[in-house]
Design a protein around this ligand. Structure first.
Ligand code: AMP
Length: 583
């Protein structure tokens, strides 16, 4: 299939902001795709080049791309950087410069999506000496045969920044419209940006089927393929041990009473540990561990692999848990920050696992004996857990819990949780299923303090005077329901100087520098990759920031390497925190 056909769709998507219109464009396109091309098309539409099971990353710095554009366009690097400063997007710059060149050279050869995928995938596996040059020439080769518009999207795919706001809900609905639209009589009325559906109930059933298949695979590629075959195939899509699925998220309760309101009586209350989420897959002798962002961190936690092999009495399971670090010498639990450094480690892993080992607190089971357990009520899942975990303190245990209807009992348990250094409690609804990726109130957290906000750095500024070598001010954003990042303030306190213990300006500068997309004076625009947990005094309404809110006295609490764009505070959360505060 020609890449240009896909690029035409990208361009159409770029030209709209309406969700229903996106859905229409994608679904019409999907209808035309034959089975053989469907996987590649779905991947590329999402701006991905690897399946979810594949951890590979392209990992190309903007600098390399600039060189490749320079070779393909015959234009000097300086000129490219200049255009980039103006456009703020290297994809647009690739478009501009390839266009200049194309006016003087012959028509390009047709690029296929296979060719684009093949070259981009090769980028990820090139290693060793001379690999940078080979990467540059591989990209340049693509760009040379690309039209300006193709070059734009090749560049954006490489940078993992498609700039078309297609969220998961949109892709899900597009699949429904594409493969069941005729049967369900879905009519999109373009002029009014609305959709007419004959039988809502039936429609919702199909949406539920697509969503259900996505929940257990976390990948629209197999979902689209099954949907093309029909409803039955869709309902047969199963979870595979080894492929991570999204974790269920929590809502917040103000107090014990509200926790009961949400979860009913009796409810289960568990310690809320201050550690990191681990989704653990066991398939015989093979164990894999994923973070809540579904990154594979098996290598980094060898001790957990051992615990699971020796103390889980079942061969095929997926567990949900919180791993807490502790100081072996002092025998006390440690804040999250101490084990978070283990996530990215490539060297000295054994040493770190000895110095800061983790205790795994298991609280849910998602797959048991190869079968999905998400639809079972929580209390049944808990029974399974009790059966299969051979508890060993400081290694692997069940999360501490009580099941009760009594507020006083919860209050005592809450106090005990806090006294032993935990964040609070998690209340859980006994008859609720496990909803992957859902923040649906089947688990509700009880925490005493005002909630910090996890926010994305979208812009930054160089410091003054003796801090001029560091980036010292960070513009922070939350996310709205259309995946737009909206600014809520700037933080420049809470960080340490270079050689002090803890997160420093120097650390953040090093992380931010490769992400800079535009620089003017002291101001920088950066790719949205870095999430900070931010404490603040108060929220104010403010016209200064695009969210309409401003944080008063924001301060950096910590770096959240475990969080990504989907995990940050939503505009809705900010609005509700503002509402709370007014009360
Ligand atoms: P928060 O990150 O504040 O929204 O709280 C939810 C997180 O608490 C989960 O993603 C888990 O990482 C963590 N957590 C700690 N203890 C538990 C528990 N017993 N049950 C569920 N989640 C827990």
């Amino acid at each position: 299939m020609k890449y240009s056909e896909l690029v035409e769709v990208y361009e159409q998507l770029d030209g709209t902001t309406k969700r229903l219109h996106y859905t229409h464009i994608i679904s019409e396109f999907l209808k035309t795709i034959n089975e053989g091309d469907l996987s590649s098309v779905v991947l590329l539409l999402e701006g991905r080049i690897f399946s979810r099971q594949d951890d590979s990353e392209i990992g190309i710095a903007s600098k390399i791309l600039v060189k490749a554009i320079s070779i393909a366009s015959g234009i000097q690097k300086e000129k490219i950087n200049e255009d980039w400063k103006g456009s703020g997007d290297l994809g647009t710059t690739a478009y501009n410069l390839i266009k200049k060149k194309k006016q003087v050279t012959l028509a390009s050869q047709d690029l296929t999506i296979e060719k684009v995928l093949k070259n981009l995938r090769e980028l990820a596996i090139m290693e060793g000496s001379g690999s940078v040059d080979r990467k540059i020439s591989l990209i340049a080769e693509l760009l040379t045969s690309a039209t300006p518009a193709e070059a734009k999207y090749i560049a954006r795919t490489i940078l993992d920044d498609m700039r078309i706001g297609v969220g998961e809900g949109t892709i899900r609905d597009s699949i429904v419209w594409a493969f069941f639209g005729e049967k369900l009589k879905v009519q999109y009325v373009k002029e009014e940006h609305k959709v007419e559906i004959e039988d809502r109930e039936l429609y919702n059933k199909y949406v539920g089927a697509v969503q259900g298949a996505y929940d257990v695979t976390n990948d629209f590629v197999p979902v689209a393929k099954a949907a093309k075959k029909g409803l039955e195939a869709l309902q047969k899509v199963e979870m595979e041990i080894g492929n991570p699925i999204k974790v269920m998220l929590a809502l917040k309760a103000k107090n014990i009473e509200e926790a009961f309101e949400r979860c009913g009586k009796p409810a289960e209350f568990e310690y809320k540990y201050d550690g990191m989420r681990m989704q653990i897959h066991k398939d015989g002798g093979k164990v894999k561990i994923f973070t809540r962002r579904l990154e594979n961190i098996t290598q980094q936690f060898p001790e957990v692999v051992e615990y699971v092999k020796s103390h889980i009495r079942e061969d095929k399971v997926i567990l949900d848990s919180e791993a807490v670090g502790y100081d072996k010498k002092a025998g006390r639990y440690l804040p999250f920050q101490n084990i978070s450094q283990r996530i990215k480690r490539k060297h000295g892993i054994e040493d770190l696992s000895k110095k800061f080992p983790v205790e795994v607190n298991v609280f849910d089971v998602i797959n048991y004996r190869g079968k999905t357990t998400t639809k079972l009520p929580f209390k049944d899942r808990k029974e399974i857990l009790k059966k299969i975990i051979d508890e060993k303190e400081k290694k692997i245990v069940l999360a501490k819990s009580i099941t009760t209807s009594d507020e006083q009992a919860v209050s005592d348990f809450y106090r005990a949780a806090l006294d032993s250094g935990n964040e609070g409690l998690m209340a859980k609804k006994l008859d609720a299923p496990y909803k992957p990726g859902g923040r649906v109130g089947y688990m509700v957290k009880l925490k005493p303090t005002k909630e910090n906000l996890d926010l994305m750095i979208v812009a930054a500024e160089w410091g003054d005077g003796k801090r001029s070598e560091w980036i010292t001010s960070y513009t922070l954003a939350c996310i709205d329901e259309n995946n737009n990042l909206l600014e809520v303030g700037k933080a420049s306190t809470g960080l340490k100087e270079k050689n002090e213990e803890g997160l420093s300006f120097d650390d953040l500068t090093k992380l931010l520098k490769p992400l800079v997309t535009k620089e003017s004076g002291k101001g920088l625009l950066v790719k949205p990759k870095i999430v900070l947990e931010i404490g603040y005094e108060e929220l104010q309404k403010s016209p200064t920031y695009t969210s309409g809110y401003a944080l008063r006295f924001p301060r950096v609490i910590k770096l959240r390497e475990d969080l990504g764009k989907n995990d940050i505070a939503t505009l809705e959360m900010i609005e509700s925190a503002y509402g709370e505060q007014k009360k």
